[in-house]
Design a protein around this ligand. Structure first.
Ligand code: AMP
Length: 207
């Protein structure tokens, strides 16, 4: 199965993607996590992406499309995958179609803006493995560290000004591509609690 998870930044799509992956064994590909890894390595893609990400802007389509196409061609994607954070523009959606990739389902997580702002402010990410936590909703069992031993940090793009910009960019560029997938979209409204939300998501997806 090839599934997309869509929703505004901070809607919890990354967290739900991780849980769906654990329960189904379908790998999750998160473009945001891939870019953060590239930035941590200081690679060419990482250096190029950093300026855009820190301003809350999208990384150029050609860079992202090439990165995702290479990733989905690997062996672990042979039986399907969950894309978290891709496509984010109509051009990216069209590139998938042009590459012959048939999407089976699109999960849309619908979250009010104020909740997004509150959630992103408390989000913490592991510098080493990329796992995501929240100071209130999903604290790390290892306190200020990740269970893997890595340090938990606030993402550079989780500042109030950048959050505002990211929401604007989402409504402007990403929300319209839901029309492109209108027949495949399964919409789930956010509820407090990750496990409760996951129950709704699994039920809505028939998983
Ligand atoms: P995320 O972790 O999904 O919120 O992504 C973090 C940041 O990475 C975004 O705010 C963008 O700057 C960049 N990014 C991730 N995925 C994409 C994409 N599909 N297209 C363009 N930029 C992206």
């Amino acid at each position: 199965m090839k599934m997309l998870i869509m929703g505004a930044p901070g809607s919890g799509k990354g967290t739900q993607a991780e849980i769906i992956s654990e329960k189904t064994g379908i790998p999750t590909i998160s473009t945001g996590a891939m870019l953060r890894e590239e930035m941590a390595k200081g690679s060419k893609i990482g250096k190029e992406a950093e300026g855009y990400i820190k301003q809350g802007l999208f990384v150029p389509d050609d860079v992202i499309i090439a990165m995702v196409m290479e990733r989905v061609s690997r062996d672990d994607c042979a039986n399907g995958y969950i894309l978290d954070g891709f496509p984010r523009t109509l051009k990216q959606a069209e590139a998938m179609t042009e590459a012959g990739i048939k999407v089976d389902k699109v999960l849309l997580i619908d979250t009010p803006d104020q909740e997004i702002i509150d959630r992103l402010g408390g989000r913490r990410v592991c510098e080493t493995c990329g796992a995501t936590f929240h100071v209130v909703n999903k604290p790390s069992p290892a306190g200020d560290n990740c269970p893997c031993g890595g340090k938990l940090i606030t993402r550079a793009d989780d500042t109030p000004e950048t959050i505002k910009k990211r929401l604007e960019v989402y409504y402007d560029q990403t929300a319209p591509i839901l029309d492109y997938y209108s027949e495949l979209v399964v919409k789930v409204e956010s509820v407090p609690g990750i496990a409760e939300m996951n129950e709704r998501v699994m039920e809505a997806l028939g998983l």
